[in-house]
Design a protein around this ligand. Structure first.
Ligand SMILES: O=C(O)CCC(=O)C(=O)O
Ligand SMILES: [Fe+2]
Length: 276
């Protein structure tokens, strides 16, 4: 299958962005982002495409590097000046396994979708922030995030302006993508409301469906979000497609070490998993 064969081109005619249908899809996605910080494009990948992505994810999952521990909503070490009950000092558990870009073979349908120029052009049109580039990090540009029983991602704000994710497989229970849209802004941290999210008393938590095949374009810098703990034996698979408005941005070596267990990427995707 070619990458565009995996995508529902009738609903999402991304190879003809000037068409009336594409223009409507783009306008609708922009409205969703303005209202809730996220555009949820359900059925972006066809059921046959999802089946191909699931088979691929199942074969890649054993290569995923596990990381876990505790983190804060701000993804940084808090300074001691904050009181111990402050959101910046609130530690939460996380656990996730990641397959890095350098390990994903050229034949992977996930990789083919990421590398299809039509997909990038469509996302660029929706975000409307000028030219977009594939993230330049050899490990971080494209990830398969694998989450199993007990894995979760703590409430956090992203350090990037946007994240594009592709839902591949749901867990039996849990693994929901929960979000409180636009809870903070560049001018106002709104710690009182953030505290309510962290202690479970915030009234306006939205759960986004993320049915397999959904493409989610999400602005996470100002919208706090989490992945709730996974229950059951079925793995949750999500593809994370990274872009940047600059062509040269890469991850720090520390982040690579934590997330992928190595600093130096493979030159080409290895055919067999190297011994540890
Ligand atoms: O796995 C997901 O659905 C979201 C991941 C996420 O929030 C992140 O990578 O920052
Ligand atoms: Fe995030």
């Amino acid at each position: 299958m070619k990458p565009l064969d995996l995508i529902d081109l009738e609903r999402y005619p991304i190879s003809d962005l000037e068409s009336a249908v594409a223009q409507r899809v783009i306008a609708n996605a922009r409205e969703q982002i303005a209202a809730m910080g996220a555009a949820e494009l359900s059925g972006f990948v066809t059921p046959e495409g999802v089946a191909a992505l699931v088979a691929d994810a199942e074969s890649l999952a054993e290569r995923a590097h596990p990381s876990g521990g505790v983190g804060t909503a701000y993804l940084e070490l808090p300074s001691d000046e904050w009181p111990s009950d402050h959101p910046r000092q609130t530690w939460m558990n996380y656990g996730v396994r990641a397959v890095g870009y350098d390990v994903i073979p050229f034949s992977s349908p996930l990789r083919q979708i990421y590398e299809a120029p039509e997909v990038s052009a469509f996302i660029e049109a929706v975000l409307n922030r000028g030219p977009l580039f594939h993230y330049a990090d050899p490990c971080g540009a494209l990830n398969l995030a694998v989450m199993g029983e007990g894995d979760e991602l703590q409430w956090h704000f992203d350090q990037t302006d946007f994240v594009v994710s592709l839902a591949i497989q749901d867990a039996d229970a849990g693994g929901d993508f929960d979000v409180v849209p636009r809870i903070r802004s560049a001018e106002n941290e709104n710690y009182d409301d953030v505290r309510r999210v962290l202690d479970g008393s915030h009234p306006d938590v939205l759960t986004l469906e993320m049915t397999p095949g959904t493409l989610l374009i999400f602005e996470g810098r100002h919208s706090i979000h989490r992945v709730s703990p996974i229950q059951g034996a079925t793995l949750r698979h999500v593809g994370l497609l990274a872009y940047d408005t600059k062509p040269t941005t890469v991850s720090s070596e520390l982040l690579r070490e934590i997330r992928y267990g190595r600093v130096t990427p493979f030159d080409t995707p290895p055919q067999t998993w190297p011994a540890a």
